[in-house]
Design a protein around this ligand. Structure first.
Ligand code: CUA
Length: 316
């Protein structure tokens, strides 16, 4: 039987909006292709050799024609630009209160970590109607996390965090692809996205006994990697406390000057892997680098722990 559809299903709130823009753009292109095609065809027939028509004084310019095509072209392109930009910001601005899901790409699989503790590979389970924000990185080369039914695709890049936000809008199973050639088994770096009813999602989360949350796991790693020794009020080593740091500006010593940087995921990650690059004003550059010692998954957990300290006061 025929099972051929031009469009993937629309399974996220943004999908119909993206489709509307694409249809508009295809419509505009089709209109001009047909219009110019017909004009060319008409002239070909009208001015064919042997047809006795007036060929004297061909028009060489038309002020009204020039103004018209200029204004119409700007209006159409401007509309496409403004429309697409609005959608772009909608995809990349997380909805307030969106739950964060961490994604690590590596040759050749996807590792997905839910904040409540459960993790999965090559699958992504999400409940319908809840806004999410993906926080993604790669352990090796550039990958791309592509969910056609959500109309979302974003490169996953080693050494930095990228992501997008979405709200699933239709229960079902959808394709997940790596959309950036990343080596021999790139074509096998695929999986499924499961959009579930909220109750089913809760049941799914609890299936493996819950387990520690991402932040609790992070705290365990924080202690195991000896971060706690210095960053938790040691009398010997003078290191910045991490309570209340996340999301706030941090003073960085650059030569003789101090400038401020927001302590986001990327800042914390850089501080763990390249601690001497951005030293907090008033502290010595004594922290060792943890480059190649902590996996991307564990880094995300430690960051989740530091993030969970965001609203905590410094205890004396
Ligand atoms: Cu990963 Cu292609």
């Amino acid at each position: 039987m025929w099972n051929f559809s031009l469009w993937p299903e629309q399974a996220a709130t943004i999908a119909p909006k993206v489709d509307a823009l694409v249809i508009f753009e295809i419509g505009v292109s089709a209109f001009f292709i047909v219009m110019f095609g017909l004009v060319i065809l008409g002239f070909c027939i009208h001015y064919r050799r042997g047809n006795p028509v007036d060929r004297s004084n061909p028009p060489v310019n038309s002020r009204i024609g020039e103004v018209l095509w200029f204004v119409v072209a700007i209006a159409i392109c401007g509309t496409m630009y403004a429309w697409a930009t609005r959608l772009f910001f909608e995809e990349y601005t997380p909805t307030p209160g969106a739950s964060r899901i961490d994604v690590v790409g590596k040759q050749w699989m996807w590792y997905v970590q839910h904040p409540e503790g459960r993790s999965e590979t090559n699958e992504l389970h999400v409940p319908i109607g809840r806004p999410f924000k993906l926080n993604m990185t790669s352990q090796d080369v550039v990958h791309s996390f592509f969910i056609p039914s959500f109309r979302l695709k974003q490169d996953v890049v080693p050494g930095m965090y990228t992501g997008y936000s979405f709200t699933p809008s239709k229960v079902g199973v959808y394709d997940l692809f790596c959309a950036e050639y990343c080596g021999t088994n790139h074509s096998r770096m695929i999986g499924h996205v499961y959009v579930m009813e909220p109750e089913d999602y809760e049941a799914w989360l609890a299936e493996k006994g819950g387990g520690p949350s991402q932040a609790d796991e992070g705290e365990r790693l924080f202690v195991r990697n000896h971060c706690a020794g210095c960053h938790r009020g040691s009398q010997i080593v003078h290191a910045p406390r991490l309570e209340g740091v996340y999301g706030k500006p941090v003073p960085i010593q650059v030569g003789s000057e101090v400038h401020f940087e927001i302590a986001d995921e990327t800042y914390i990650r850089d501080s763990i892997l390249m601690p001497k690059d951005k030293v907090v004003a008033g502290y010595e550059p004594i922290m060792p680098s943890f480059k190649d010692q902590i996996s991307e998954q564990d880094l995300l957990k430690i960051i989740a722990y530091i993030k969970s300290l965001a609203n905590r006061e410094v205890s004396q």
